[in-house]
Design a protein around this ligand. Structure first.
Ligand SMILES: Cc1cc2nc3c(=O)[nH]c(=O)nc-3n(C[C@H](O)[C@H](O)[C@H](O)COP(=O)(O)OP(=O)(O)OC[C@H]3O[C@@H](n4cnc5c(N)ncnc54)[C@H](O)[C@@H]3O)c2cc1C
Length: 489
């Protein structure tokens, strides 16, 4: 068996022919760092017309040819910043459209919010009454993901459980909204619900069954990464963007981004990567990354706390039948039960706390749904930040709207309320349309892990339009490689 750090001549040669710094207009200037300074991350042997679960995988050369590339004009090169689910799905989509892709991630793949989420494949029911667009997106993507990533979900369904008069009153609004958002919802009487899920609070009045499911937060995106890499994408973990390379128009009317400068944390070196378009898929860090290019994006980091307790106390996903709140989702994950979450707005996604009162409230609320949780051993608590579209109270972008400094307590309350109140919408920003245009730079943000494929489709559509390419999305149908393919270089 090969050692992970040993490159065969073939893989070494491929490492030396990356899709970087070879834009036709810059004459294919070499990278700032020599090839031996590259990360010693094992590189895959590229597939040559191998079948990917029924779909022909293409080598990067084939992909480039499909995009109309010639020796004189290679296929356009897209640089993606961020190795979460969104970046992985985008790499997959773009390679299928015949573009050359390099993805850089400052840590390990999925080490951002993606690897820390609740593991709920949303049916859309949770957002049906409060965020119809998000609910419709989730409803559609739930079906598509089951089709393209078979075996990655526990097809266990979900229950929305009514415990009180208020919950009962919410039923009509909830079921109507589910119907409007194409989320199948079936009412179960108390006894049927308890037969299906004996761990529920026996005081429940009734429950509504929906097609929620449990997913593995890391394995689903790894399937996108593995398939994209097989199709020629160059994926570089431990590679952090520290600056942008750009030029300013002579009349000062705007800028054009031409690439990025990265720090290779494995090799301890910095080098530049040129690109036709740079995509900011840095999730909750999107604002920080955009700032490196001198661009403002209205993306806020909205953290939530998760608590894992020992034991599998339900087999289905369980929600409280009320408008989305704190501590009202119970997800069985392998032999654990993961409960959550809370929501607030943080100034810095790298500086998250796990407030003890959030943990206590989450355990209290979830125990109302599933009483055994109150007696279970807490195995882990953590926080992760949602990348939501919005402007944080007190932030620079909000200052114009609310210039007065608020007292700390009032600001904390405003941040908590703002976190839960923000929509889960997806937005793709083409910064060429900003007040001060920045050409060659796009940001994708918002959404959910459930909608990663759709986020990628929207972004790839924007990129193709910018490049004048008519290349339809194929990711609704292409079945992904298994997650284990990621580990096989
Ligand atoms: C507590 C919580 C629970 C959730 N539960 C669910 C759920 O059950 N179901 C669901 O569908 N969704 C859930 N979500 C939402 C979901 O997790 C996110 O929407 C999704 O994971 C975001 O993925 P992303 O790829 O956009 O961001 P990320 O996964 O954060 O990826 C962005 C990446 O960019 C990298 N990066 C940052 N700066 C740089 C740089 N300078 N250079 C290179 N790389 C950089 C980061 O390291 C990071 O890995 C939850 C979110 C939270 C916070």
């Amino acid at each position: 068996m090969k050692k992970a750090t040993t490159e065969t001549p073939e893989t070494a040669a491929e490492t030396m022919t990356p899709a970087v710094n070879d834009r036709p207009e810059d004459g294919g200037r070499p990278e700032a760092a020599p090839s031996e300074a590259r990360p010693r991350v094992p590189r895959p042997k590229r597939a040559r017309s191998r079948r990917v679960a029924g779909v022909a995988a293409r080598s990067s050369a084939e992909a480039a040819e499909a995009a109309g590339a010639t020796a004189a004009a290679p296929a356009p090169h897209i640089l993606i910043i961020g190795g979460g689910g969104t970046g992985g799905a985008l790499a997959h989509d773009l390679t299928l459209r015949g573009l050359r892709v390099t993805l850089v991630e400052r840590g390990e793949i999925t080490s951002g919010t993606t690897g820390r989420h609740h593991g709920l494949l949303h049916s859309g029911a949770r957002y049906a009454t409060t965020d119809r667009a998000a609910a419709i997106d989730c409803s559609g993507e739930n079906k598509i993901l089951r089709r393209i990533a078979p075996g990655s979900f526990e097809e266990n369904d979900g229950l929305f459980v009514a415990l009180t008069d208020e919950d009962e009153e919410y039923e009509k609004q909830f079921t109507e909204a589910c119907w409007q958002c194409a989320v199948p919802a079936t009412r179960l009487d108390r006894d049927t619900a308890l037969r299906m899920e004996p761990g529920l609070n026996p005081a429940l009045r009734f429950a509504i069954q929906v097609p929620d499911a449990t997913m593995d937060a890391m394995r689903v995106p790894l399937r996108f990464f593995a398939t994209a890499r097989r199709a020629g994408a160059d994926i570089r973990p431990f590679t952090e963007v520290v600056a942008f390379t750009s030029s300013t128009a002579a009349d000062g009317s705007g800028r054009t981004v031409s690439g990025v400068k990265v720090r290779d944390h494995a090799a301890g070196r910095e080098y530049e990567i040129g690109a036709d378009i740079v995509v900011n898929a840095a999730g909750a860090w999107a604002g920080k990354v955009a700032a490196l290019a001198g661009v403002d994006v209205p993306v806020v980091a909205s953290p939530g706390v998760m608590v894992a307790v020992r034991g599998r106390h339900t087999n289905m996903v369980v929600n409280r039948l009320h408008a989305p709140g704190d501590g009202d989702i119970v997800v069985p994950q392998r032999l654990l039960t993961v409960v959550g979450t809370s929501s607030w707005i943080a100034a810095d996604p790298d500086d998250l706390t796990v407030p003890a009162d959030h943990v206590a409230a989450i355990l209290r609320e979830s125990s109302e749904l599933v009483p055994a949780i109150a007696r279970a051993e807490v195995r882990a608590t953590w926080a992760a930040a949602r990348p939501l579209i919005g402007v944080a109270p007190g932030s620079g972008l909000a200052a114009a709207a609310a210039p007065a400094a608020a007292p700390a307590a009032a600001m904390a309350a405003a941040l908590a309320a703002a976190g839960r109140g923000l929509p889960r919408e997806t937005r793709c920003f083409d910064h060429a349309t900003d007040a001060t245009p920045t050409e060659g730079f796009v940001t994708i943000a918002g959404g959910k892990a459930t909608t990663l494929r759709a986020m990628a489709e929207i972004t790839a559509d924007v990129i193709c339009a910018k490049l004048g390419l008519d290349r339809p999305c194929q990711t609704r149908e292409v079945v992904l490689l298994p997650h284990t393919a990621w580990y096989r270089a």
